[in-house]
Write a protein that binds this ligand. Structure first.
Ligand code: PMP
Length: 423
């Protein structure tokens, strides 16, 4: 363990409440098994990657076919073309497709494309939206309204890069408009999580996404939806289909290959054709479109296209969130559950809707900590992120029965928390 830097292979895998990562031996469907073989209902689901459930048989079979084909890397196959054709059919903005290995790479390429196409340098971000751990995204706003000079949110990020970043609060059309006016002619791209799942779950206020769409179009700015988390989550075509707002470019990852590393950059042909070799915008990668991932994605998308699947997913989701909220309300624990499709957030210490990042950040971490630890003790796994609201979610392998079992655990923990609050 000491050979791992700070004890983990990835910073966000550290579980702040456990004081170490949650070590697992295997996963199956809605379950994770720890090193002693103890079973946990998983409400993290690989940070949202395993939407079909862990070890889905169709995905496993696809990976097996990839092994037999020679684990091809850095090779184009007919499967790559098939996957691109499927994505163009199901994702509204997708006219052309490129593949990468991680969400971070995909968002970087999307921003690079926008900068080239517009000849401008600045990037407008929304406070708290997560687009991966690359320099353009590693800034936070300096004041609570999000309109001060951005500050580096990580060591090693040059402060001068802050000149390229404008940060505004999510769901605040007026602040957005002020930023567009102040930086007129300088902003290459507006990038957002169309549902702010990295803050738990903060949907766009009614009309907010169409406002972003209209204003970016007026100002000649490229609109990027980062659907790494929201893709496939509540509709086959992601948040852009669900809310009926089509961006210029979009990035996908996580659920697209159900646990295999794959990311997608897709969008308008005239923008995508700036990519090399047709245009001057660099994008390639030894592992871009690794065959195992491509075959896993084809199998995943086939499974997600079953008629009625999203009606069922959203029915399960609404039932689960409503009962979860009811349990918290009846127990007297002050908390709000917000979910859309298969992902949700729990905000302790408040009952009113959460519509901004600062509201999400102001929630009661100590109650959250006690809740999460109580659930883990009873076999229900929630991940947590240090100092961040975090997000949780279920998969299609979570039947009503599995979710009902989770609710009985939640009820037990809520009762215990309520009795502690009374003391
Ligand atoms: N964008 C969003 C919205 C994400 O949630 C994430 C990962 N949580 C990323 C980008 C980065 O993806 P990756 O971890 O694959 O680099």
């Amino acid at each position: 363990m000491t050979s791992l830097a700070a004890g983990v292979t990835a910073g966000l895998r550290y579980h702040p409440y456990l004081g170490h990562p949650f070590y697992v031996s295997r996963g199956q469907g809605p379950y994770l098994y720890d090193l002693e073989g103890r079973r946990f209902v998983d409400l993290n689901m690989a940070n949202g990657a395993a939407l079909l459930g862990h070890g889905h048989p169709d995905v496993a079979e696809a990976v097996q076919a990839g092994l037999e084909a020679g684990i091809l890397t850095a090779s184009e196959t007919e499967h790559h073309v098939r996957l691109a054709e499927t994505l163009c059919r199901i994702v509204p903005c997708a006219e052309r497709v490129r593949l990468a290995s991680t969400g971070t790479e995909a968002t970087l390429v999307a921003v690079r494309l926008a900068r080239h196409a517009t000849g401008r340098g600045k990037l407008l971000l929304f406070a708290g939206h997560y687009h991966g751990l690359a320099e353009p995204f590693l800034f936070r706003s300096a004041d609570p309204l999000g309109e001060g000079a951005p500050q580096p949110a990580s060591g090693g990020v040059p402060v001068t890069y802050a000149n390229d970043v404008v940060i505004v609060p999510w769901n605040d059309a007026e602040a957005f408009d002020r930023a567009l006016v102040r930086h007129r002619g300088e902003i290459a791209a507006v990038i957002c999580e169309p549902v702010h799942y990295n803050a738990g779950c903060i949907p766009p206020q009614p009309g907010f996404l169409s406002y972003l769409r209209a204003r970016t179009r007026d100002e000649g700015i490229v609109l990027i939806f980062d659907e790494v988390l929201s893709g496939f989550r509540m509709a086959l075509g992601g948040a852009q289909q669900y809310f009926g707002v089509t961006p210029d470019l979009c990035t996908l990852a996580k659920a697209v290959a159900n646990g295999l590393p794959l990311a997608v950059i897709c969008g308008r042909t005239d923008l995508m054709e700036h990519l090399s070799p047709a245009g001057p915008v660099a994008h390639s990668g030894t592992y871009s479109g690794q065959l195992l991932s491509v075959l896993a994605a084809i199998a995943t998308l086939r499974a997600l296209q079953v008629p009625g699947l999203y009606e069922e997913l959203n029915r399960r989701a609404e039932r689960f969130y409503a009962r979860f909220q009811e349990i918290l309300d009846l127990s007297g624990v002050p908390a709000r559950v917000q979910g859309l499709g298969a992902r949700f957030g729990i905000y302790f210490g408040r009952r009113e809707p959460v519509i901004t990042w600062s509201q999400a950040m102001a929630c009661d971490q100590s109650l959250h900590r006690r809740f999460v630890l109580g659930c883990i003790e009873r076999g229900l796994f929630f991940h947590a992120y240090r100092g961040l609201p975090g997000h949780a979610g279920f998969s299609l392998a979570h039947t009503d029965e599995v979710l009902d079992h989770a609710l009985t655990v939640i009820e037990d923990v809520a009762r215990q928390l309520a009795s502690q609050l009374e003391d």
